[in-house]
Design a protein around this ligand. Structure first.
Ligand SMILES: Cc1cc2nc3c(=O)[nH]c(=O)nc-3n(C[C@H](O)[C@H](O)[C@H](O)COP(=O)(O)O)c2cc1C
Length: 501
């Protein structure tokens, strides 16, 4: 787009200059084109706004619709609470926290508090003065030799391939700056993850990218070498992901550049579809023995698995086999069906898997019933953008949370939803070098760290408002639900009211 802009401007300048000798009106047109060219060149050189860097003049249209005309925006395009997957309000809060700007909201809530779906925190008459501790959680059970102290908020799995080299670098540097982890995603451990310097969770998917034999099986030696790196703090075995449970990872051919193919140990320029299931195991005991193998090969780093809940019976059986074999994962990441992806068939995103809240309650309760909860940490992911959502998941049973799309927004994503076309206009989810150039790592990494810091600070504030001083004191009854309220004629409640809560 940048070179097209320069070539078009040059052509117009030459044509108008020549035409100016025939009629003086063309000189006016020439001055307009020169002015726009100067603005465009300025935008190409600035580093703060990716859209304007990539689309030097027409990029202003986005800002026009967003800021110049709130009425058009409000009535004809998108209200603050509209917008999917992430609402405009949620996108705005990420941008503001990432840029360290005002993140307040004027004039009161825009939500319908009388909707039967409403739920809110029960604040206290006696707010706490401060919340103790650093809001970090130790991960690693009895068999783990190198436990890791994780932040309560981290960057969820996104592969180099799904997102660009500059997005990976900005996220990894931001994680290093803010002291939280960055999950590599199933696309392997790339140089960019390492260069960024952040703590890493290395994810292994069904393609075993970065630790595979030429036949696509798991390669122990290659795994051992990479897992030994100091930056790799934990290993996550991916069983499934909320946006496409039971479907393997998808890398469109256009995004499979030679560099990505090298990291993944594949052939470039071909679409890559990972198998839906693992080849190294096919039952609960096999899965747990594989986890024990990964823990041994990584010299005792925390090893866990990520899944979206489908058949509850299978998870209960898995917990029973943990009991009988004594092999337990150090953590379980529960991804809700509302989770994001770079590319997935619509049927899977819309119709497969359990959403995060019931899944989290189920996993937490099952682990408690089986006496496994003490040793296994639960990580939650699925549209966790604000401090309120984060605390809610911690109350429902998570020990810590991950977010993917919120951190994409922090590095400049505008929810254009073109991740599967290689034409992401902000350079986040594309491998097109011209578009990737627009995302300036120096400018964006600090936004990643700011967004994290401001969100965790907001968690502290909300906890204090509820009179909670320790994460351990969070329980599901911190929430009030519209369906528990006394009957007022508008909201409905299933059975008697418990006014003591
Ligand atoms: C661009 C993109 C790429 C992703 N790649 C992976 C992946 O490689 N492995 C994985 O387990 N999940 C992947 N995910 C899912 C996220 O890690 C996360 O589980 C899900 O998006 C829910 O978090 P969110 O709602 O905060 O985005 C990806 C998500 C996005 C948006």
């Amino acid at each position: 787009m940048r070179s097209l802009f320069l070539k078009t401007s040059l052509l117009l300048v030459v044509l108008l200059a020549v035409a100016g000798f025939f009629h003086h009106y063309f000189w006016y047109a020439l001055s307009v084109v020169l002015l726009l060219t100067a603005i465009g060149i300025y935008n190409m050189l600035q580093t703060r706004h990716t859209i304007l860097r990539n689309f030097p003049v027409i990029g202003y249209f986005r800002y026009f619709f967003e800021f110049i005309s709130p009425e058009i925006q409000q009535y004809f395009i998108e209200r603050h609470t509209d917008g999917t997957p992430l609402s405009r309000n949620h996108r705005r809060i990420v941008y503001e926290r990432a840029k360290d700007l005002r993140s307040t909201h004027p004039f009161g809530t825009e939500l319908d508090l009388y909707s039967p779906r409403y739920e809110g925190f029960k604040h206290s008459i006696y707010p706490a003065n401060e919340v103790s501790g650093d809001l970090r959680v130790q991960v690693g059970g009895a068999d783990c030799k190198q436990p890791y102290s994780a932040s309560i908020y981290n960057i969820s799995a996104m592969s180099f391939g799904a997102i660009s080299r500059n997005a990976v670098l900005a996220m990894s540097r931001g994680a290093a700056e803010g002291g939280f982890y960055h999950n590599t995603g199933e696309g392997g451990l790339s140089d960019y993850h390492l260069q960024g310097g952040g703590d890493l969770v290395w994810q292994i998917g069904t393609g075993y990218f970065g630790c595979r034999t030429s036949e696509g099986r798991f390669d122990s030696e290659s795994f051992r070498d990479k897992a030994a790196r100091e930056q790799v703090k934990m290993i996550e075995l991916k069983l499934s992901q909320g946006a496409k449970p039971g479907h393997g990872g998808v890398l469109p051919a256009g995004k499979n550049s030679p560099e990505i193919a090298r990291v993944r140990q594949l052939e470039p320029h071909k679409a890559v579809i990972s198998p839906p299931g693992h080849r190294e195991f096919n039952d609960a005991e096999g899965l747990l023995r594989f986890i024990a193998k990964l823990r041994g090969l990584s010299d005792g780093k925390p090893v866990g698995f990520k899944l979206c809940i489908g058949r509850k019976k299978e998870f209960i059986e898995l917990c029973q086999v943990m009991q009988s074999t004594g092999i337990k994962p150090d953590f379980i990441t529960v991804d809700g069906a509302e989770g994001g992806t770079g590319a997935a068939p619509l049927e899977y995103s819309d119709s497969v898997g359990m959403p995060l809240q019931p899944a989290l309650r189920f996993v937490d309760e099952t682990l408690r019933e089986q006496g496994l909860r003490e040793e296994i940490r639960v990580i939650a992911s699925g549209k966790i953008v604000t401090a309120a959502q984060l605390i809610k998941m911690l109350s429902l049973g998570a020990d810590l949370c991950n977010a993917a799309r919120a951190f994409m927004l922090a590095v400049g994503c505008i929810q254009a939803q073109r991740c599967d076309t290689n034409r992401c206009p902000t350079g986040v989810a594309t491998q097109d070098p011209q578009l990737v150039k627009g995302l300036v790592v120096e400018d964006k990494y600090i936004r990643v760290a700011n967004f994290h810091r401001n969100t965790v600070e907001s968690v502290r504030g909300l906890l204090a408002a509820c009179g909670v001083t320790r994460l351990e004191d969070l329980t599901p009854d911190l929430f009030m639900h519209a369906c528990d309220w006394p009957e007022t004629g508008r909201n409905t409640k299933p059975t008697g009211t418990d006014l003591s809560r």
